[in-house]
Design a protein around this ligand. Structure first.
Ligand code: DLL
Length: 444
């Protein structure tokens, strides 16, 4: 199904690039002065770099400003990145901090207004409008997904069902009974919803559910997964990108062309750099995304290194937006796994496995080093229909298993052990999926 994608604020999303750059320049100058005057963190940074706000006159001076990193954010925990008085703060989010110190994000009223605005643009791009019923299955809580999608729905005047994550059967029942029209969740959860509807409830999801579009993000996902979700749920799937440090969801989204994600450049100033040297890469080349928050108040960030790898283009898009587009995220530099010296991203495994007919997208990959050599073992469930056909006798699916081995070997250059598992035995995720487990680290 193709929805009617529209532009919420053409005055910003479709402005002449010349005007956009002027606006960015003005906002950058203002922001730099604001940071210098209000953020103890940035004042110190500027002094250490021998910089004064007067040195930043335009976009060409951006590279004089030092990068801000996740480590800076961790060190500043809990309040060190705040650039306004605590009285102006209305909302605080924190990361789980499972790998080190957590990080915090602060929002003033102005920041929440910006968040609502960029999320409204995202809904419009995915064809949502007043009259729609938003099924918001992103987690509400410290994770920014739930609330970000909530604020955007209010802004466009759509009804939002704050179902949050988990309770899959209840989600599906509610979706059917209320007739929700737009699905918002992680792509892996969308796949699970489709599977659950089909196998556990015996529904044809396309008939029982009214979802016409889905806004999926918070984790890397492949074109193959998009195809599966679209085929099974009969909706148009849009990729959305964002991160808590910048705003939460709301940095960029696909339009109806599905040829990259439009970044709201009036708020987010983009650079793509070579992660090793910090130098800019050319348009179209892969590099690390760096973002400067041009308009934020409580926790503005200058040249924040996201760790996410992508490409960038300012070429005009046929949707009518003039703002630039980033490519779909390939992965994070630190999520890349190395097996027997070969590096790859989890997304490549997903793409390879889903390209095999009869394989489901439910898999978990484990990397171990029992002796000298790394061993990659992938546990994969067959599609429920295929599983049913052989009456649960997985030994009858040897050709399928071999096909998966071949596809993965061709995709990443490492031969995996593939083990087929009964349907329902591989872990399901309601939020961000973790499908590659590196057991070498535990044994080090
Ligand atoms: O995941 C915000 C969000 C919520 C985005 C809902 C989209 C939808 P964090 O938990 O801080 O925030 O995680 C941010 O997730 O740096 C990327 O590595 C990854 N990520 C987010 N969106 C995408 C995407 C939210 N569309 C981190 N594709 C980011 C690939 C994504 N990776």
């Amino acid at each position: 199904m193709k929805v009617e994608s529209w532009i919420f604020q053409p005055e910003y999303e479709s402005m002449k690039r010349e005007d956009l750059e002027k606006l960015q320049e003005e906002r950058l100058r203002k922001l730099v002065r604001y940071c210098y005057e209000n953020s103890p963190f940035y004042r110190k940074r500027f002094k250490e770099a021998g910089l004064s706000p007067d040195d930043i006159k335009g976009l060409d001076d951006l590279s004089k400003i030092p990068f801000t990193t996740k480590d800076d954010m961790r060190e500043a925990y809990p309040y060190g990145m705040l650039a306004t008085s605590l009285e102006n703060v209305l909302e605080i989010h924190a990361s789980s901090g499972t790998t080190g110190k957590p990080t915090t994000t602060f929002y003033s009223q102005r920041d929440i207004d910006i968040w609502s605005e960029v999320m409204a643009r995202i809904y419009a791009s995915a064809g949502a409008k007043k009259g729609d019923i938003i099924h918001n299955a992103y987690g509400y809580g410290l994770f920014t997904g739930g609330l970000g999608f909530h604020y955007g729905a209010l802004k466009i005047g759509a009804a939002v069902v704050p179902v949050s994550s988990g309770g899959t059967e209840r989600q599906l029942t509610l979706a059917r009974e209320l007739g929700t029209t737009i699905l918002c969740c992680t792509p892996t959860y969308a796949m699970y919803l489709a599977e659950y509807a089909r196998t556990k409830l015996g529904w044809d999801p396309k008939k029982e559910l009214k979802w016409k579009s889905g806004i999926f993000g918070a984790e890397p996902w492949s074109e193959k997964l998009r195809q599966r979700i679209e085929d099974e749920l009969g909706l148009e799937a849009f990729d959305i990108y964002g991160l808590s440090e910048i705003i939460g969801p709301g940095v960029s989204v696909e339009c109806g062309e599905h040829d990259g994600l439009h970044v709201f450049e009036d708020h987010w100033l983009v650079e793509v750099i070579d992660p090793a040297t910090g130098e800019p890469v050319d348009e179209g080349e892969v590099g690390e995304l760096v973002i400067t928050t041009l308009t934020k108040e409580a926790m503005p960030l200058l040249r924040y290194r996201t760790g996410d790898l992508t490409t960038w283009t300012t070429e005009e898009c046929s949707c009518g937006r003039t703002i630039g587009r980033m490519g779909r995220i390939l992965g994070r530099a630190d999520d890349m796994v190395k097996v027997r010296g070969v590096k790859f991203w989890p997304k490549a495994l997903e793409e390879a496995i889903l390209s095999v007919e009869g394989a489901s997208g439910h898999f978990i990959a484990k990397i171990e080093r029992p002796k000298i050599m790394d061993v990659l073992t992938i546990e994969v469930e067959p599609d429920p229909e295929v599983f049913e056909m052989v009456k649960g006798d997985l030994s009858k699916l040897e050709p399928l298993r071999k096909k998966i081995v071949d596809k993965v070997r061709n995709a990443i250059g490492v031969t995996p052990n593939v083990v087929l598992k009964p349907v329902g035995s591989v872990q399901r995720f309601t939020g961000k999926a973790k499908r590659v487990v590196d057991l070498r680290k535990l044994n080090e």
